[in-house]
Design a protein around this ligand. Sequence first.
Ligand SMILES: Nc1ncnc2c1ncn2[C@@H]1O[C@H](COP(=O)(O)OP(=O)(O)OP(=O)(O)O)[C@@H](O)[C@H]1O
Ligand SMILES: [Mg+2]
Length: 392
Amino acid sequence: MSFGTERREAPRFETSDLLFEYQDYKLDVLNISKNGVLIYSPDGLPEDLLLLAKSQQFVFWLHDKVKGESMECEGRVIRCILKEDNHSFDKAAIAFNPTQSVQMQKESYGPHVIAVGGSKGGVGKTVTAVNLSLMLALLGKKVTLFDADFGDADCHTMLGVRKLSSDVGDYLHNEVRLADARIDTSYKNLKLISGGVNKIEGIAKQVPHLWKDMKTLPCDYVVVDLDAGIGDHTIEFYNRAATKIIVLTPQFTSLQNAYSFIKASTYSALYQNFKIREKLGDMGDDFTKLFPAMKLLSKDDEISKEFHSVLEQQGFKIIGNMVNSEKELGFVKILTKLVGEHLGIESSILDVLRRCNEVHDSINKITPFIALSPESENARRMKEIVNRLIRQ
Ligand SMILES: Nc1ncnc2c1ncn2[C@@H]1O[C@H](COP(=O)(O)OP(=O)(O)OP(=O)(O)O)[C@@H](O)[C@H]1O
Ligand SMILES: [Mg+2]
């Protein structure tokens, strides 16, 4: 969410996408402007909030239900508005400064979403997503693994689910709620939404409402297994996720594809920012010109701030897969250098997984490697990775 200054000129989202939260209260947002928000509760405003009226600053949250992001704000109730029956207040205007708040810490609303991508086919995205989900579940987190390889799904196979009683297609065809498209796995705390084995058309257009429903799933984590390539829906999921993971193998083609994917995702995120898009307009939508142009601007310039805020959110973590030597690790490190130097994006290496028979064999044994070989080096490394993600 960029609750940036551009809202003054062109709001980029519907206020119905926003939710106001104070203590245990969650209220609708009727309007948002450069001065603050107008909130609404049809049953009357909570007493605790009324007590704050005109007196002190208080801390509240604004949640963007579509993007699944949240912003902590400090503001003051400046006016309460009586209901038509004149007995209770149902609206309140709260002043706060969105420009200052954009610098505040952002936290996720709903389950924390981890996207596992990497663009190139066969690098181990699904193996990673499946084992990472299971490790989270074994550590007591409630997890939904979302197989976003629509029409070509295979998470269920790796988890030993032989028959799909439901998949995302049932939800997209309005037959079931997303929560009901989940299927149980044989592992405690781990449910799966399969991407199905029949082709699904026009998935990119469905991402916003799919995302909105995903953020209401009753679990702690949603792990999204992305498909290969740089399709619009793949980039959409990746850009919305709070934690972005890139799986990379020590091969030029993997490096090349991962870099192209990150570049395309970054351009897409930048393009969605109104001020940056305006700036780009002068350059004929050529992103390569945008980066040097930004370097010429002062750090206090509003567009420059927006630009750096978007890049900050593009930060990602790498899992090097099939890495068996220092030389191969060196190869993986090249990606952090490339994206840092050329795109100004920070990345870090979470850890590496070894190329080994246990992982290879786990596929045909339709059992995730951490369950099949819990004492193996890769299982230990996966546990480390997941502990790091939980602590972040
Ligand atoms: N660490 C590893 N050691 C040995 N084999 C591995 C390892 N990781 C992955 N593989 C092998 O690579 C194959 C492809 O992995 P996976 O299906 O996870 O790739 P993917 O990136 O999801 O591919 P796609 O883009 O086609 O979905 C697996 O079936 C497995 O045999
Ligand atoms: Mg896959």
